[in-house]
Design a protein around this ligand. Structure first.
Ligand SMILES: Cc1cc2nc3c(=O)[nH]c(=O)nc-3n(C[C@H](O)[C@H](O)[C@H](O)COP(=O)(O)OP(=O)(O)OC[C@H]3O[C@@H](n4cnc5c(N)ncnc54)[C@H](O)[C@@H]3O)c2cc1C
Length: 397
Protein backbone atom coordinates (compact mmCIF):
# COMPACT_ATOMS: atom_id res chain seq x y z
CA UNK A 1 0.00 0.00 0.00
CA UNK A 2 1.16 3.51 -0.78
CA UNK A 3 2.21 5.95 1.96
CA UNK A 4 -0.64 8.29 2.95
CA UNK A 5 -0.19 11.90 3.87
CA UNK A 6 -3.59 13.12 4.77
CA UNK A 7 -3.31 16.86 4.89
CA UNK A 8 -6.05 18.39 2.84
CA UNK A 9 -5.26 21.41 0.76
CA UNK A 10 -7.77 24.19 0.21
CA UNK A 11 -8.30 27.43 -1.56
CA UNK A 12 -6.26 30.44 -0.53
CA UNK A 13 -8.04 33.68 0.19
CA UNK A 14 -7.91 34.57 -3.53
CA UNK A 15 -9.66 31.34 -4.57
CA UNK A 16 -6.59 30.02 -6.40
CA UNK A 17 -5.37 26.44 -6.27
CA UNK A 18 -2.72 26.04 -3.59
CA UNK A 19 -0.44 23.10 -3.45
CA UNK A 20 1.29 23.02 -0.11
CA UNK A 21 1.17 19.25 0.12
CA UNK A 22 0.05 16.45 -2.13
CA UNK A 23 -2.40 13.97 -0.81
CA UNK A 24 -1.33 10.47 -1.80
CA UNK A 25 -3.86 7.68 -2.21
CA UNK A 26 -4.06 4.23 -3.68
CA UNK A 27 -7.17 4.96 -5.72
CA UNK A 28 -8.26 8.37 -6.94
CA UNK A 29 -11.75 8.48 -8.40
CA UNK A 30 -12.98 11.36 -10.55
CA UNK A 31 -16.77 11.69 -10.32
CA UNK A 32 -19.05 11.15 -7.33
CA UNK A 33 -22.11 9.71 -9.10
CA UNK A 34 -23.22 6.11 -8.66
CA UNK A 35 -20.32 4.80 -10.79
CA UNK A 36 -17.61 6.51 -8.76
CA UNK A 37 -19.36 5.66 -5.50
CA UNK A 38 -19.77 1.95 -6.28
CA UNK A 39 -16.16 1.69 -7.47
CA UNK A 40 -14.94 3.51 -4.36
CA UNK A 41 -17.02 1.27 -2.13
CA UNK A 42 -15.32 -1.82 -3.50
CA UNK A 43 -11.83 -0.34 -3.92
CA UNK A 44 -11.71 1.05 -0.38
CA UNK A 45 -11.66 -2.58 0.83
CA UNK A 46 -8.17 -2.82 -0.71
CA UNK A 47 -6.56 0.56 -0.12
CA UNK A 48 -7.05 4.23 0.51
CA UNK A 49 -9.55 5.96 -1.68
CA UNK A 50 -10.60 9.51 -2.52
CA UNK A 51 -13.48 10.62 -4.70
CA UNK A 52 -13.17 14.03 -6.31
CA UNK A 53 -16.51 15.55 -7.30
CA UNK A 54 -16.73 18.84 -9.19
CA UNK A 55 -20.18 19.79 -7.89
CA UNK A 56 -20.90 20.81 -4.31
CA UNK A 57 -22.99 17.69 -3.86
CA UNK A 58 -22.66 14.13 -5.10
CA UNK A 59 -25.40 12.72 -7.32
CA UNK A 60 -26.24 16.12 -8.79
CA UNK A 61 -26.10 14.96 -12.41
CA UNK A 62 -27.37 11.75 -14.00
CA UNK A 63 -27.46 9.67 -10.81
CA UNK A 64 -29.94 12.00 -9.14
CA UNK A 65 -32.21 12.17 -12.19
CA UNK A 66 -33.08 8.59 -13.09
CA UNK A 67 -36.39 6.74 -13.34
CA UNK A 68 -35.05 4.31 -10.70
CA UNK A 69 -36.25 1.06 -12.25
CA UNK A 70 -34.56 -2.29 -11.68
CA UNK A 71 -35.31 -4.98 -14.24
CA UNK A 72 -33.32 -8.06 -15.19
CA UNK A 73 -34.58 -7.89 -18.79
CA UNK A 74 -33.32 -4.43 -19.75
CA UNK A 75 -32.83 -4.09 -23.53
CA UNK A 76 -35.07 -7.13 -24.03
CA UNK A 77 -32.77 -9.29 -21.92
CA UNK A 78 -29.50 -8.35 -23.65
CA UNK A 79 -26.93 -10.86 -22.29
CA UNK A 80 -24.19 -8.32 -21.48
CA UNK A 81 -26.50 -6.09 -19.48
CA UNK A 82 -28.12 -9.13 -17.90
CA UNK A 83 -24.74 -10.41 -16.71
CA UNK A 84 -24.44 -7.14 -14.79
CA UNK A 85 -27.99 -6.70 -13.50
CA UNK A 86 -28.37 -10.22 -12.14
CA UNK A 87 -25.42 -10.06 -9.70
CA UNK A 88 -26.28 -6.43 -8.93
CA UNK A 89 -29.79 -7.59 -8.03
CA UNK A 90 -28.36 -10.00 -5.47
CA UNK A 91 -26.64 -7.07 -3.79
CA UNK A 92 -29.67 -4.78 -4.01
CA UNK A 93 -32.04 -7.42 -2.63
CA UNK A 94 -29.66 -8.37 0.18
CA UNK A 95 -27.20 -5.53 0.85
CA UNK A 96 -24.55 -6.01 3.53
CA UNK A 97 -25.68 -5.32 7.09
CA UNK A 98 -25.67 -1.59 7.85
CA UNK A 99 -25.55 -0.56 4.19
CA UNK A 100 -28.90 1.22 4.42
CA UNK A 101 -31.80 1.66 6.84
CA UNK A 102 -34.23 1.39 3.95
CA UNK A 103 -35.03 -1.38 1.47
CA UNK A 104 -33.16 -0.69 -1.76
CA UNK A 105 -35.79 -2.37 -3.93
CA UNK A 106 -39.57 -2.37 -3.68
CA UNK A 107 -41.86 -4.38 -5.96
CA UNK A 108 -43.33 -2.46 -8.89
CA UNK A 109 -43.98 -4.88 -11.79
CA UNK A 110 -43.80 -3.88 -15.44
CA UNK A 111 -46.41 -3.76 -18.15
CA UNK A 112 -45.21 -3.67 -21.77
CA UNK A 113 -47.78 -1.66 -23.72
CA UNK A 114 -48.55 -2.01 -27.41
CA UNK A 115 -51.27 -0.79 -29.71
CA UNK A 116 -53.28 -3.52 -31.45
CA UNK A 117 -51.34 -2.97 -34.71
CA UNK A 118 -48.14 -3.89 -32.84
CA UNK A 119 -49.48 -7.24 -31.57
CA UNK A 120 -47.02 -9.33 -33.63
CA UNK A 121 -44.16 -7.23 -32.32
CA UNK A 122 -45.45 -7.68 -28.77
CA UNK A 123 -45.62 -11.45 -29.19
CA UNK A 124 -42.10 -11.51 -30.67
CA UNK A 125 -40.86 -9.51 -27.68
CA UNK A 126 -42.58 -11.96 -25.36
CA UNK A 127 -40.72 -14.88 -27.01
CA UNK A 128 -37.44 -12.97 -26.69
CA UNK A 129 -38.03 -12.18 -23.02
CA UNK A 130 -38.89 -15.83 -22.37
CA UNK A 131 -35.31 -16.71 -23.35
CA UNK A 132 -34.19 -14.81 -20.22
CA UNK A 133 -37.03 -15.26 -17.77
CA UNK A 134 -40.11 -17.36 -17.13
CA UNK A 135 -41.56 -14.40 -15.24
CA UNK A 136 -43.49 -12.91 -18.16
CA UNK A 137 -47.05 -13.52 -19.23
CA UNK A 138 -49.40 -12.19 -21.86
CA UNK A 139 -52.43 -10.45 -20.41
CA UNK A 140 -55.82 -9.91 -22.03
CA UNK A 141 -57.98 -6.81 -21.70
CA UNK A 142 -59.69 -7.84 -18.44
CA UNK A 143 -56.39 -8.77 -16.82
CA UNK A 144 -54.78 -5.51 -17.94
CA UNK A 145 -57.71 -3.42 -16.68
CA UNK A 146 -57.52 -5.21 -13.33
CA UNK A 147 -53.91 -4.10 -12.90
CA UNK A 148 -54.39 -0.56 -14.20
CA UNK A 149 -58.03 0.41 -14.68
CA UNK A 150 -57.19 3.88 -16.06
CA UNK A 151 -55.35 2.52 -19.11
CA UNK A 152 -57.00 3.66 -22.34
CA UNK A 153 -58.42 1.07 -24.76
CA UNK A 154 -55.64 1.89 -27.21
CA UNK A 155 -53.29 -0.24 -25.08
CA UNK A 156 -55.54 -2.97 -23.71
CA UNK A 157 -55.67 -5.41 -26.62
CA UNK A 158 -52.75 -7.40 -25.20
CA UNK A 159 -49.81 -6.59 -22.94
CA UNK A 160 -46.86 -8.39 -21.38
CA UNK A 161 -46.61 -8.38 -17.62
CA UNK A 162 -43.31 -8.98 -15.82
CA UNK A 163 -43.70 -9.20 -12.08
CA UNK A 164 -40.13 -9.08 -10.78
CA UNK A 165 -39.40 -5.48 -11.68
CA UNK A 166 -38.61 -3.10 -8.83
CA UNK A 167 -38.35 0.55 -7.90
CA UNK A 168 -34.86 1.39 -6.65
CA UNK A 169 -34.15 3.78 -3.81
CA UNK A 170 -31.31 5.46 -5.72
CA UNK A 171 -30.51 7.87 -2.90
CA UNK A 172 -30.17 5.03 -0.39
CA UNK A 173 -27.97 3.00 -2.77
CA UNK A 174 -25.72 5.94 -3.52
CA UNK A 175 -25.47 7.00 0.13
CA UNK A 176 -24.78 3.39 1.16
CA UNK A 177 -21.77 3.26 -1.15
CA UNK A 178 -20.48 6.65 0.02
CA UNK A 179 -20.94 5.71 3.68
CA UNK A 180 -18.98 2.49 3.09
CA UNK A 181 -16.09 4.50 1.65
CA UNK A 182 -16.00 6.84 4.67
CA UNK A 183 -16.17 3.91 7.07
CA UNK A 184 -12.96 2.57 5.53
CA UNK A 185 -11.27 5.95 6.00
CA UNK A 186 -11.87 7.14 2.45
CA UNK A 187 -12.97 10.64 1.54
CA UNK A 188 -15.48 12.23 -0.76
CA UNK A 189 -14.37 15.74 -1.64
CA UNK A 190 -16.97 17.94 -3.31
CA UNK A 191 -16.30 21.19 -5.14
CA UNK A 192 -13.14 19.48 -6.36
CA UNK A 193 -13.37 19.25 -10.12
CA UNK A 194 -10.31 17.86 -11.87
CA UNK A 195 -8.87 20.87 -13.71
CA UNK A 196 -5.48 19.57 -14.71
CA UNK A 197 -4.07 16.04 -14.76
CA UNK A 198 -0.39 15.24 -15.11
CA UNK A 199 1.62 12.03 -15.13
CA UNK A 200 5.17 11.70 -13.83
CA UNK A 201 7.32 8.83 -12.56
CA UNK A 202 4.38 6.41 -12.53
CA UNK A 203 2.07 8.75 -10.61
CA UNK A 204 -0.93 10.77 -11.72
CA UNK A 205 -1.51 14.17 -10.14
CA UNK A 206 -4.99 15.65 -10.29
CA UNK A 207 -5.24 19.38 -9.63
CA UNK A 208 -8.44 20.82 -8.18
CA UNK A 209 -9.64 23.92 -6.33
CA UNK A 210 -9.49 21.86 -3.14
CA UNK A 211 -5.86 20.88 -3.58
CA UNK A 212 -3.93 18.34 -5.60
CA UNK A 213 -4.02 14.60 -5.28
CA UNK A 214 -1.58 11.93 -6.33
CA UNK A 215 -2.09 8.27 -7.15
CA UNK A 216 -0.78 5.49 -9.34
CA UNK A 217 -4.36 4.77 -10.31
CA UNK A 218 -7.11 7.12 -11.39
CA UNK A 219 -10.63 5.97 -12.13
CA UNK A 220 -12.46 8.13 -14.65
CA UNK A 221 -16.11 7.96 -13.51
CA UNK A 222 -17.04 11.41 -14.78
CA UNK A 223 -20.24 10.37 -16.60
CA UNK A 224 -21.01 12.76 -19.47
CA UNK A 225 -17.62 14.43 -18.89
CA UNK A 226 -15.60 11.20 -19.14
CA UNK A 227 -14.02 12.15 -22.48
CA UNK A 228 -13.21 15.65 -21.19
CA UNK A 229 -11.43 14.20 -18.16
CA UNK A 230 -9.51 11.80 -20.41
CA UNK A 231 -8.38 14.68 -22.61
CA UNK A 232 -7.07 16.51 -19.53
CA UNK A 233 -4.91 13.45 -18.91
CA UNK A 234 -3.79 13.23 -22.54
CA UNK A 235 -5.77 10.02 -23.09
CA UNK A 236 -7.71 9.55 -26.32
CA UNK A 237 -11.50 9.70 -25.97
CA UNK A 238 -13.92 6.77 -26.19
CA UNK A 239 -16.46 9.05 -27.94
CA UNK A 240 -19.01 9.08 -25.21
CA UNK A 241 -22.33 10.53 -26.37
CA UNK A 242 -24.53 12.21 -23.76
CA UNK A 243 -28.24 12.21 -24.62
CA UNK A 244 -30.85 14.20 -22.77
CA UNK A 245 -33.93 12.46 -21.36
CA UNK A 246 -36.86 14.20 -19.72
CA UNK A 247 -38.99 13.19 -16.76
CA UNK A 248 -42.26 14.89 -15.86
CA UNK A 249 -44.16 14.59 -12.59
CA UNK A 250 -47.93 15.12 -12.48
CA UNK A 251 -50.56 14.67 -9.77
CA UNK A 252 -53.24 12.05 -10.42
CA UNK A 253 -56.89 12.99 -9.86
CA UNK A 254 -57.82 13.14 -6.17
CA UNK A 255 -59.02 9.82 -4.74
CA UNK A 256 -57.40 7.79 -7.54
CA UNK A 257 -55.33 5.05 -5.91
CA UNK A 258 -52.31 4.71 -8.19
CA UNK A 259 -49.56 3.39 -5.92
CA UNK A 260 -49.88 -0.22 -7.07
CA UNK A 261 -49.82 0.53 -10.77
CA UNK A 262 -46.90 -1.06 -12.60
CA UNK A 263 -44.13 0.62 -14.56
CA UNK A 264 -45.83 1.00 -17.98
CA UNK A 265 -43.48 0.90 -20.93
CA UNK A 266 -44.43 1.31 -24.58
CA UNK A 267 -42.64 -1.47 -26.48
CA UNK A 268 -40.89 0.89 -28.90
CA UNK A 269 -39.93 3.08 -25.96
CA UNK A 270 -42.15 5.91 -27.18
CA UNK A 271 -42.90 6.70 -23.53
CA UNK A 272 -43.04 5.19 -20.06
CA UNK A 273 -44.73 6.08 -16.80
CA UNK A 274 -44.99 4.83 -13.25
CA UNK A 275 -46.25 5.92 -9.84
CA UNK A 276 -43.77 7.92 -7.83
CA UNK A 277 -44.55 8.85 -4.23
CA UNK A 278 -48.24 9.55 -4.90
CA UNK A 279 -47.64 11.22 -8.26
CA UNK A 280 -47.13 9.91 -11.78
CA UNK A 281 -43.71 10.08 -13.36
CA UNK A 282 -43.81 10.07 -17.14
CA UNK A 283 -41.09 10.27 -19.76
CA UNK A 284 -41.45 10.87 -23.51
CA UNK A 285 -38.28 8.74 -23.70
CA UNK A 286 -36.49 11.47 -25.63
CA UNK A 287 -32.94 10.78 -26.80
CA UNK A 288 -31.53 14.20 -27.68
CA UNK A 289 -27.75 14.33 -28.25
CA UNK A 290 -26.17 16.92 -25.97
CA UNK A 291 -22.89 18.34 -24.82
CA UNK A 292 -22.00 17.42 -21.22
CA UNK A 293 -23.97 19.99 -19.18
CA UNK A 294 -26.48 20.58 -16.43
CA UNK A 295 -29.31 19.19 -18.54
CA UNK A 296 -32.63 21.04 -18.47
CA UNK A 297 -35.95 19.85 -19.84
CA UNK A 298 -37.29 21.47 -23.01
CA UNK A 299 -40.93 22.63 -23.17
CA UNK A 300 -41.63 20.41 -26.16
CA UNK A 301 -40.48 17.26 -24.33
CA UNK A 302 -42.53 18.15 -21.25
CA UNK A 303 -45.53 18.59 -23.55
CA UNK A 304 -44.87 15.22 -25.21
CA UNK A 305 -44.65 13.54 -21.80
CA UNK A 306 -48.01 14.99 -20.80
CA UNK A 307 -49.51 14.11 -24.18
CA UNK A 308 -48.42 10.46 -24.00
CA UNK A 309 -49.82 10.07 -20.49
CA UNK A 310 -53.17 11.56 -21.50
CA UNK A 311 -53.29 9.34 -24.56
CA UNK A 312 -52.45 6.18 -22.66
CA UNK A 313 -54.76 6.77 -19.69
CA UNK A 314 -57.99 8.48 -18.61
CA UNK A 315 -55.98 11.16 -16.85
CA UNK A 316 -56.45 14.78 -17.92
CA UNK A 317 -53.43 16.84 -16.98
CA UNK A 318 -54.08 20.36 -15.77
CA UNK A 319 -50.73 21.09 -14.25
CA UNK A 320 -47.13 19.86 -14.42
CA UNK A 321 -45.86 19.54 -10.85
CA UNK A 322 -42.22 19.19 -11.72
CA UNK A 323 -39.95 18.25 -14.59
CA UNK A 324 -36.27 17.60 -15.04
CA UNK A 325 -33.83 16.10 -17.51
CA UNK A 326 -30.71 14.03 -17.21
CA UNK A 327 -27.97 12.83 -19.54
CA UNK A 328 -27.71 9.17 -20.45
CA UNK A 329 -24.21 8.57 -21.75
CA UNK A 330 -23.37 5.84 -24.21
CA UNK A 331 -20.55 4.64 -26.44
CA UNK A 332 -21.12 3.22 -29.91
CA UNK A 333 -22.22 -0.30 -28.87
CA UNK A 334 -24.23 0.92 -25.84
CA UNK A 335 -22.29 -1.34 -23.46
CA UNK A 336 -20.43 0.02 -20.44
CA UNK A 337 -16.72 0.73 -20.51
CA UNK A 338 -14.66 -0.65 -17.63
CA UNK A 339 -10.94 -1.17 -18.10
CA UNK A 340 -7.53 0.47 -18.29
CA UNK A 341 -6.84 2.81 -21.17
CA UNK A 342 -4.56 0.82 -23.47
CA UNK A 343 -2.13 3.72 -24.06
CA UNK A 344 -1.30 4.73 -20.47
CA UNK A 345 -0.47 3.21 -17.15
CA UNK A 346 -3.05 3.41 -14.36
CA UNK A 347 -5.83 5.32 -16.14
CA UNK A 348 -9.04 3.33 -15.70
CA UNK A 349 -12.29 4.06 -17.55
CA UNK A 350 -15.63 3.50 -15.84
CA UNK A 351 -18.17 5.09 -18.15
CA UNK A 352 -20.94 4.60 -20.71
CA UNK A 353 -23.66 3.27 -18.38
CA UNK A 354 -26.39 4.76 -20.57
CA UNK A 355 -29.84 4.01 -19.08
CA UNK A 356 -28.75 1.15 -16.82
CA UNK A 357 -26.08 2.65 -14.54
CA UNK A 358 -27.95 2.32 -11.25
CA UNK A 359 -29.14 -1.25 -11.68
CA UNK A 360 -25.65 -2.37 -12.76
CA UNK A 361 -23.61 -0.31 -10.26
CA UNK A 362 -22.98 -3.04 -7.66
CA UNK A 363 -21.54 -5.39 -10.30
CA UNK A 364 -19.59 -2.68 -12.14
CA UNK A 365 -18.09 -1.54 -8.81
CA UNK A 366 -16.86 -5.07 -8.11
CA UNK A 367 -15.57 -5.50 -11.66
CA UNK A 368 -13.66 -2.22 -11.35
CA UNK A 369 -12.07 -3.30 -8.07
CA UNK A 370 -11.01 -6.61 -9.62
CA UNK A 371 -9.64 -5.24 -12.91
CA UNK A 372 -7.84 -2.33 -11.24
CA UNK A 373 -5.98 -4.87 -9.07
CA UNK A 374 -5.03 -6.95 -12.12
CA UNK A 375 -7.61 -9.68 -11.43
CA UNK A 376 -10.24 -11.11 -13.73
CA UNK A 377 -13.96 -10.34 -13.55
CA UNK A 378 -15.38 -11.92 -10.35
CA UNK A 379 -16.45 -15.53 -10.97
CA UNK A 380 -20.14 -15.11 -10.15
CA UNK A 381 -20.39 -12.28 -12.71
CA UNK A 382 -18.30 -14.14 -15.27
CA UNK A 383 -20.58 -17.17 -14.91
CA UNK A 384 -23.27 -15.14 -16.68
CA UNK A 385 -21.03 -14.94 -19.75
CA UNK A 386 -19.38 -11.54 -19.32
CA UNK A 387 -15.75 -11.18 -20.41
CA UNK A 388 -13.28 -8.32 -19.97
CA UNK A 389 -13.16 -7.88 -23.73
CA UNK A 390 -16.88 -7.07 -23.93
CA UNK A 391 -16.46 -3.99 -21.77
CA UNK A 392 -12.83 -2.97 -22.34
CA UNK A 393 -12.04 0.48 -23.80
CA UNK A 394 -9.83 -1.12 -26.44
CA UNK A 395 -12.89 -2.47 -28.30
CA UNK A 396 -13.80 1.12 -29.15
CA UNK A 397 -10.57 1.90 -30.99
C1 LIG B 1 -34.02 10.19 -17.27
C2 LIG B 1 -33.11 9.04 -16.89
C3 LIG B 1 -33.68 7.84 -16.48
C4 LIG B 1 -32.84 6.81 -16.06
N1 LIG B 1 -33.43 5.68 -15.55
C5 LIG B 1 -32.65 4.68 -15.08
C6 LIG B 1 -33.24 3.54 -14.48
O1 LIG B 1 -34.47 3.43 -14.38
N2 LIG B 1 -32.39 2.56 -14.02
C7 LIG B 1 -31.04 2.65 -14.13
O2 LIG B 1 -30.33 1.74 -13.71
N3 LIG B 1 -30.46 3.72 -14.71
C8 LIG B 1 -31.23 4.74 -15.17
N4 LIG B 1 -30.65 5.84 -15.75
C9 LIG B 1 -29.20 5.83 -15.99
C10 LIG B 1 -28.40 6.13 -14.75
O3 LIG B 1 -28.98 7.23 -14.05
C11 LIG B 1 -26.96 6.44 -15.16
O4 LIG B 1 -26.45 5.36 -15.93
C12 LIG B 1 -26.03 6.63 -13.97
O5 LIG B 1 -26.58 7.56 -13.06
C13 LIG B 1 -24.66 7.12 -14.43
O6 LIG B 1 -23.90 7.38 -13.28
P1 LIG B 1 -22.49 8.09 -13.37
O7 LIG B 1 -21.93 8.06 -12.00
O8 LIG B 1 -21.72 7.50 -14.48
O9 LIG B 1 -22.82 9.59 -13.84
P2 LIG B 1 -23.13 10.91 -12.98
O10 LIG B 1 -24.16 10.66 -11.96
O11 LIG B 1 -23.40 11.99 -13.95
O12 LIG B 1 -21.77 11.16 -12.22
C14 LIG B 1 -20.63 11.68 -12.86
C15 LIG B 1 -20.07 12.73 -11.93
O13 LIG B 1 -18.79 13.15 -12.40
C16 LIG B 1 -18.66 14.50 -12.02
N5 LIG B 1 -17.58 15.12 -12.81
C17 LIG B 1 -17.59 15.44 -14.11
N6 LIG B 1 -16.44 16.02 -14.48
C18 LIG B 1 -15.68 16.06 -13.37
C19 LIG B 1 -14.38 16.55 -13.08
N7 LIG B 1 -13.62 17.14 -14.04
N8 LIG B 1 -13.90 16.43 -11.83
C20 LIG B 1 -14.64 15.87 -10.84
N9 LIG B 1 -15.90 15.41 -11.05
C21 LIG B 1 -16.40 15.49 -12.30
C22 LIG B 1 -20.04 15.09 -12.30
O14 LIG B 1 -20.24 16.30 -11.61
C23 LIG B 1 -20.94 13.97 -11.85
O15 LIG B 1 -21.39 14.14 -10.51
C24 LIG B 1 -31.43 6.92 -16.15
C25 LIG B 1 -30.88 8.11 -16.60
C26 LIG B 1 -31.71 9.17 -16.95
C27 LIG B 1 -31.09 10.47 -17.39
Amino acid sequence: MIDHRVSLNGLNSFGKIIMTDLENVDFLIIGGGIAGASAGYELSKFGSCIILEKENETGYHTTGRSAAIYTTTYMAGDPVIRSLVLPSGKFLHHPPKGFSDYPLLTPRGMLYLAEKKKTDQLLALYEKLRQSTQDVKILNKDEIKKIIPILSDKYTHKAIFEETVFDMDVHAIHEGFLKGIRQKGGKIITGAGAEKITFKDGFWTVWTAKGSFKSKIIINAAGAWADKVALLAGISPIHIQPCRRTLVLVSPPKDLEINNYPFCYEIDEEFYFKPDAGKILVSPADIAPSEPCDAQPEEIDIAYGAHYLEEATDIKITKIDHSWAGLRNHVKDHYPVAGFAPEASGFFWLAGQDGFGIKTAPALGRITAALVRGKDIPKDIKSHGLTKEMICPKRLK
